[in-house]
Design a protein around this ligand. Structure first.
Ligand code: URA
Length: 441
């Protein structure tokens, strides 16, 4: 007997712990895209999936159905000087102060690979790459598929918004999950991310799966499971995929906020910048270069030599931005002093992200405006020595009325002790990796 594919039967089957058939998954995702499966039915199914989980076969079917809901991009046949360009992309599961895409994309492109970064906007406490770049005067996130190919050929690097027809089922489902408490599910996150990346048409993909308070996955085991599922989905779809697991218990770099993070990314491209941002950029660049057939290249050379900065300027200018224009600055600042002298032993990523959001750097509803200049800077990283009374954090906002709520988010979010902290995460933040199993790909 074939399983019933009407939405109520599918919801009931998953609610009761059953494994959905390929036909049931195809029917419900296609119906949701066409509007015949109601949002409340899809929400109920998402909640059942959160509770009951999915088998690897169900996750693969769900991913395939979301890809099939839209158009698959074709990035094959890009050639420069008679040589086919290899495409390689990176995706981070999102964290606080995570501006790595900004220096990484032009850095990898400066070695002759094509990097198509279809990115998103932020919702809640994690920032969005497009929101950050929109702090640059004139820069536009809209790039047509034809222009994307042309820019990959001319510059090698594109960071832009995904078109509406790329995995539209995921776009609609993600908006529902966001308001129904159904984001935190390994099957749903893996299928959501990988449907977009596979539909984008990249040849290789490096995943940065964050672990810690500022990430979707707060434990190493959950993050490793998410990474394994995504690496398998990518490899099975013919995308060369690997994942790094990286620490997100404290925020990355020294700033969270749109223009603040662009400024930090530019420092990295100029050969400076916070050590953890530089090291993670290089760690991910090495993976991307290896995936693109350049395993022996040292990406630090193009940060020091200015080639990555040249690629950044070309990438920003190609999308209407002025890479030399001053970035917006907040009208008001407020600083938080170190409570005692000693070592900063804790700075909680989630609290800093929520403070930046309260200041106006993030949005509370899809489509809402963000402030380009709002955010938080911290003047010490975990492990650094601090002096009593010296500024520990600076809050930036257009409206000083926002400071109280941001300060409340930071209450208890940091700790200074007289003893040096033990067991700090590595400076490159890499705490694990997942490669495809020999049988896959
Ligand atoms: N990012 C996505 O694109 N989807 C998720 O489900 C979570 C993070």
């Amino acid at each position: 007997m074939t399983a019933a594919t009407d939405p109520v039967s599918v919801i009931g089957a998953k609610r009761d712990g059953g494994e959905l058939t390929t036909g049931q998954i195809d029917a419900v995702v296609a119906g949701f895209t066409a509007g015949t499966v109601a949002p409340e039915q899809m929400s109920a199914l998402a909640m059942a999936i959160v509770w009951r989980g999915m088998s690897r076969r169900e996750i693969a079917d769900w991913t395939a159905a979301m890809i099939a809901s839209g158009r698959r991009m074709d990035l094959s046949g890009l050639a420069r000087g008679g040589r086919e360009l290899r495409t390689v992309d990176k995706h981070s599961t999102g964290g606080v102060g995570d501006k790595i895409t900004l220096p990484l994309t032009p850095l990898v492109a400066s070695y002759g690979l094509a990097v198509p970064q279809l990115s998103g906007r932020g919702l809640g406490h994690t920032g969005g790459t497009l929101d950050k770049l929109e702090a640059i005067p004139g820069w536009s996130a809209s790039v047509t598929p034809a222009r994307l190919r042309a820019q990959l050929l001319e510059v090698g690097a594109v960071i832009c918004a995904a078109s509406d027809d790329l995995a539209p089922a995921d776009r609609a489902l993600y908006a529902l999950r966001d308001v129904t408490g159904t984001v935190a599910s390994i099957p749903l996150i893996a299928a959501s991310i990988m449907s977009k990346k596979i539909a984008e048409g990249t040849g290789a993909l490096v995943l940065d799966v964050k672990v810690g308070s500022g990430a979707f996955m707060t434990t190493y085991d959950d993050a490793a499971e998410l990474a394994r599922v995504m690496v398998e989905l990518g490899s099975d779809a013919g995308v060369r995929t690997c994942a790094l697991l990286t620490d997100m218990s404290s925020p990355l770099g020294r700033s969270a906020g749109n223009a603040l993070e662009v400024a930090e990314a530019v420092e990295v491209l100029a050969g400076g910048g916070p050590r953890d941002v530089v090291e993670l950029t290089l760690a991910l660049a090495r993976e991307m270069l290896a995936a693109g057939g350049l395993p022996d290249v040292d990406p630090a050379e193009h940060l020091a030599g200015g080639q990555a900065m040249d690629a950044w300027r070309a990438m920003i200018a190609a999308q209407g931005g002025d890479p030399g224009a001053p970035l917006p600055r907040a009208a008001e600042t407020c600083s938080v002093a170190a409570p005692s002298s000693g070592f900063l032993t804790r700075l909680d990523a989630l609290a800093v992200g929520l403070a930046a959001w309260e200041l106006g750097a993030g949005r509370s509803a899809p489509g809402a405006a963000v402030s380009p200049s709002a955010g938080v800077t911290w003047h010490a990283a975990v492990g650094d020595r601090v002096s009593e009374g010296a500024p520990l954090l600076t809050l930036h906002a257009d409206d000083p009325a926002r400071f109280d709520r941001a300060l409340a988010r930071l209450d208890g979010a940091y700790e200074v002790t007289s003893d040096a902290p033990a067991g700090l995460p590595p400076v490159d933040r890499v705490i694990g990796r997942v490669d495809p199993s020999p049988a896959s790909g």
